[in-house]
Design a protein around this ligand. Structure first.
Ligand code: HEC
Length: 116
């Protein structure tokens, strides 16, 4: 029973969230934020390779000290969404980014890639 309630809640939250990510709604609810929403996804799925100092990647999302490089992520946002959607990235682990996490990234890009 508890599991069913928790699952329902998770689905409800995901639903709300996706509406915001698509820029709909008009008030009520927070937009996708760079530091709070996008960075954790990139940290989990991309940072192992896309960090300053790795010569095999074309651009880095994280500085050597582990902080996110907003300018680089902003510049490559659309390309990053494409690469994950097409299964090119994360390299060697296509499809490993959860749909909801990819939606955060694409929602953030669609909303103008703001630094918040
Ligand atoms: C295991 C290492 C690794 C991980 C993890 C990884 N990448 Fe990459 N990425 C690479 C390498 C290496 C390249 C250079 C091109 C190539 O070898 O395919 C690259 C290239 C890219 C490119 C430019 C080329 C293209 O296909 O558009 C983008 C955009 C990109 N990565 C996004 C991401 C994103 C977003 C994530 C996380 C969701 C990620 N990568 C995770 C290694 C990685």
């Amino acid at each position: 029973m508890k599991t069913i309630v928790a699952l329902g809640l998770a689905l409800a939250l995901t639903g709300c969230w996706q509406m915001q990510a698509q820029g709909g709604g008009g008030g009520g609810g927070k937009a996708v934020a760079f530091q709070a929403d996008v960075v954790p996804v990139l940290k989990a799925h991309c940072a192992a390779c896309h960090t300053e100092g790795n010569p095999t990647v074309p651009f880095f999302m994280f500085n050597a000290d582990g902080s996110a490089n907003y300018a680089n992520v902003q510049e490559h946002g659309t390309q990053m969404v494409d690469a994950v959607t097409a299964g090119r990235m994360p390299k060697g682990q296509p499809g490993s980014v959860a749909k909801a996490d990819l939606a955060k990234l694409s929602g953030w890009v669609a909303a103008g890639s703001k630094d918040d």
